[in-house]
Design a protein around this ligand. Structure first.
Ligand code: ADP
Ligand code: MG
Length: 332
């Protein structure tokens, strides 16, 4: 596996500034480490508020991490400043969930798509916009349209054209189809897969939809309250999830057999005051004393699968076995 991105001990705390009150920071990411290989689709799943968006945006320094290191092709990206940083940053791009929010309603498609371009002539710009629209399956005539004249799927195609215009190496896809009609979702996902193959792109695919992540990702990271609690090869992780949280997420898939006899109840606790020890212990049926006290470390189970749980053996033993599910997981 050729690594392109190596993230080490990444931390992001959001602090609200106020003159009078010193508020506790929101610990959106807490000591997260992972690698992403060249041309890989790296999936990230977890409930809302678990830190997925923050993980995506800090990895590419579209928001600054509080601590930690990011190496890209061996270069310490976190140490780059000024012009050097601006230049390097062009290797990265992002597609957001809601294209209606991401596109300025007063701008033409042409202006939206070409906005990230620098030092090109008007003629080159025009050609690049036409090429970019063609890539995402939109006719040239769309260049003059405004966002309100486009459907949801067309808007997302425009957002993708914009994200790819500078020929990035790595693209964060933050819930790229969550705001779209189900009938349109597959078209957009297929387009993203085609573009990845054509341009040798590497993706971080963020989604709370396990079906989407399961179908498209090579590897998956499961996030809970600012931590990666399990990470592994997609097929392996979907067949034999080792963290009770992952098991609970997978069990919630409609029409799928349950891995567990319990289902996830309650909300994710506050990221301002995360539970002590293992952050999942307040919702975990297997929690023991040590879980309240000590934060579990990531342990490797085989070459491609790691989990942070004190009671993995208990969890494995208690997991409901469904032989028909083993091997029954289909990939696109
Ligand atoms: N700009 C921000 N300022 C303050 N808190 C934020 C900001 N963005 C996210 N958060 C908080 O950080 C945590 C993680 O959020 P986020 O990364 O958006 O998670 P997800 O994408 O999984 O829903 C949440 O508690 C959220 O409220
Ligand atoms: Mg998000």
């Amino acid at each position: 596996m050729k690594r392109v991105i190596e993230v080490r001990h990444l931390v992001k705390h959001y602090t609200r500034r106020s003159f009078f009150v010193k508020e506790k920071p929101i610990r959106a990411l807490d000591d997260v480490s992972f690698d992403i290989a060249n041309r890989e689709v790296f999936g990230v799943v977890g409930e809302s508020g678990s830190g997925k968006t923050t993980l995506g945006l800090t990895t590419i320094r579209f928001i600054e991490p509080t601590q930690g290191k990011i190496f890209v092709d061996g270069v310490d990206y976190t140490s780059l400043k000024g012009k050097e940083f601006e230049r390097f940053r062009k290797r990265f791009s992002v597609v957001f969930q809601n294209p209606s929010h991401a596109l300025d309603p007063n701008w033409s498609v042409s202006r939206i798509v070409s906005e990230p371009l620098e030092s090109v002539t008007q003629k080159e710009k025009e050609q690049m916009v036409f090429d970019a629209l063609n890539e995402v399956g939109l006719p040239k005539s769309f260049a003059e349209r405004r966002p309100h004249e486009l459907s949801g799927g067309q808007k997302q195609r425009v957002a993708i054209a914009r994200a790819l215009i500078n020929k990035p190496q790595f693209v964060v896809l933050d819930e790229p189809t969550s705001a779209l009609d189900v009938s349109i979702q597959a078209q957009i996902l297929n387009l993203l897969v085609d573009l990845q193959e054509k341009h040798n792109l590497t993706y971080m695919l963020i989604s709370h939809d396990l079906n989407v992540v399961g179908k498209l990702s090579d590897r998956v990271a499961v996030m809970y309250l600012g931590k990666i609690v399990e990470i592994g090869d997609t097929i392996e992780l979907f067949r034999s999830p080792l963290h009770p949280y992952t098991q609970a997420l997978l069990s919630s898939l409609p029409g799928k057999k349950q891995f567990l006899e319990f289902s996830l109840v309650g909300d994710v606790p506050s990221a301002k005051d995360p539970p002590s020890g293992c952050r999942f212990h307040t919702r975990c049926p297997y929690a023991t004393e040590i879980c309240k006290r000590e934060e579990p470390k990531m342990l490797a189970f085989g070459d491609t699968h790691s989990v942070a749980c004190h009671n993995t053996h208990l969890v494995k033993q208690k997991a409901v076995q469904h032989p028909e599910r083993i091997g029954g997981f289909e990939r696109a």
